[in-house]
Design a protein around this ligand. Structure first.
Ligand code: URA
Ligand code: SF4
Length: 253
């Protein structure tokens, strides 16, 4: 069985769906979306056009925050020695991002945790394993998407990143997203959503609608770490995953 199918079945069994899918059917979402009745409001129809114009991501080259070159690898190398904010003091590794630079979908978490700080890769701990299963439920794996965080260094004791740290790290964040230029952004969790969308609305409100980030459609979803603490919400996350897949397929030529 392909790895993503195994992860998909694992995720579905975690939310109480044990129906076996024939090996040649990799798209369970259409079959079961309507079987799951989210307790909260359903995801509302998107206010964002399904054919967005070319994204106009923020420029990154003001005098003191210039990022040289525009290849993702070049940007990652520069970021790896960044000391632009206090988070550099206690980090082990800068956690830039992982995945396919050509990916259509980019997942954005909050900040590296302990495992990520040690390995230099986002979402490698328990939450990351659940993210892998969620990707599997979409019929995807890490090689088909790109995964990153709003800030690249671990905040001490996993506290929320502070506004000045987010601001300092935006030089890498902006350059990275510019280079990736995804078709869809998926924000994982409250901190990521509130930071990127510059809002103080709650996650339960934000996840009901599509949003826009410089012309790119944005979906907000529960953070896998939250889903580990509140497994009953995995069913809602599943309906969000189905919506993400639906939107993504509508964008394909
Ligand atoms: N949580 C995040 O938001 N990002 C990671 O990389 C790991 C856990
Ligand atoms: Fe630099 Fe971002 Fe790390 Fe701060 S969090 S030191 S801005 S890479």
């Amino acid at each position: 069985m392909p790895e993503h199918a195994e992860f998909r079945d694992l995720y579905l069994s975690e939310i109480g769906i044990h129906r076996p899918f024939p090996a040649d059917r990799t798209d369970p979402s259409e079959q079961i979306t309507n079987e799951i009745k989210p307790e909260g409001a359903a995801v509302a129809p998107s206010p964002v056009s399904s054919q967005p114009g070319p994204p106009s991501l923020p420029a990154t080259s003001t005098a003191d925050t210039a990022v040289d070159g525009n290849r993702l690898d070049d940007i990652a190398i520069q970021a790896s020695s960044c000391v632009a904010c206090r988070l550099s003091e206690q980090r082990t590794k800068v956690v830039f991002g992982v995945g396919n630079p050509e990916a259509d979908i980019v997942f954005i978490g909050e900040a590296p945790g302990r495992d990520e700080d040690l390995k230099g890769e986002p979402f490698v701990g328990r939450a990351g394993k659940l993210l892998d299963r969620m990707l599997g439920a979409l019929g995807m794996d890490r090689s088909g998407v790109y995964i990153m965080n709003t800030v690249k260094c671990r905040p001490p004791n996993n506290r929320d990143p502070r506004p000045d740290e987010v601001e300092a790290c935006s030089r890498w964040f902006d350059a990275q997203l510019r280079e990736l230029s995804p078709k869809i952004i998926c924000l994982l969790g409250r901190v990521s959503a509130q930071t990127v969308l510059e809002t103080d609305q709650s996650l339960s409100v934000l996840r009901r609608n599509w949003h826009d980030y410089h012309g790119i459609p944005v979906q907000v979803m529960y953070h896998p770490a939250y889903l580990l603490r509140s497994p009953q919400q995995k069913r809602h996350a599943w309906s969000d995953l189905c919506e993400l897949k639906r939107r993504y397929e509508a964008l394909l030529p």
